[in-house]
Design a binder for this molecule. Structure first.
Ligand code: 5GP
Length: 211
């Protein structure tokens, strides 16, 4: 019997260092990262099929219509969504899966997959966030403003997440995430078949040896 993989949602403020954190997780552990579709234009250095599947609005709307996405949201004027098939295949093959998505998507996943574990990544301070976004240099001041307004809205959702990860030290934060994922594998709820088999074997053993 293959135990289903753990589905982890990682959300967090734009500029909280989620991307770097996820890269670290992928480098050190066997985890499948879902590649999202987006209508946003590629940033310099981003590769289609690796960072995102960059699609037109028409194509994205077709995917919504055909129910090819497990969740989607509009963020800072663009669509973002998670393709269904790769996630479902990986989970049923027993692979742990990470979705790096924003909060509206996180809430949709929580409804659809009640055993998913949701983590929210924040920087140690608000000023750190500003500095990181500014130094990243990929957004104009206007775009940074839009992302900050979004950040303020996102704070209301943090309490709906299972875990808060403070990203003040990359290794420490990555270690915390891996620890939480590993502990999900030990939840009794995820192991009901093993518990049932063990109980049945014990009853058989008692019958055989003691009656
Ligand atoms: P960025 O444009 O910086 O790559 O991403 C903007 C936001 O969209 C980030 O918060 C990122 O986590 C989120 N995002 C990326 N892919 C998805 C997705 O498939 N679904 C949802 N709901 N959000 C996504």
């Amino acid at each position: 019997m293959i135990k289903k993989g753990v589905l982890t949602v990682i959300s967090g403020f734009s500029g909280a260092g989620k991307g770097t954190l996820v890269k670290k997780l992928l480098a050190d552990h066997e985890i499948f990262l879902s590649i999202s579709c987006t209508t946003r234009a590629p940033r310099v250095g981003e590769v289609d099929g690796k960072d995102y599947y960059f699609v037109s609005r028409d194509e994205f709307e077709r995917m919504i219509h055909e129910k090819e996405l497990i969740e989607y949201a509009e963020y800072a004027g663009n669509y973002y969504g998670t393709p269904k098939k790769a996630i479902e295949d990986s989970l049923s093959e027993g692979k742990d899966v990470i979705l790096e998505i924003e909060v509206q998507g996180g809430m949709q996943v929580k409804k659809l997959f009640p055993d998913a574990v949701l983590m929210f990544v924040v920087p140690p301070t608000a000023n750190d966030l500003y500095d990181r976004l500014k130094n990243r240099g990929t957004e104009s001041d206007e775009q940074i403003g839009i992302r900050f307004e979004q950040t303020v809205r996102e704070t209301h959702f943090i309490k709906d997440y299972d875990y808060l990860i403070i990203n003040d030290d990359l290794d420490k934060a990555a270690g915390q995430i891996v620890g939480i994922i590993n502990s999900q594998h030990n939840l009794t709820d995820r192991q009901s078949e093993i518990i049932d088999d063990l109980a049945k074997d014990l009853v058989d053993l008692v019958k055989e040896k003691f009656s």
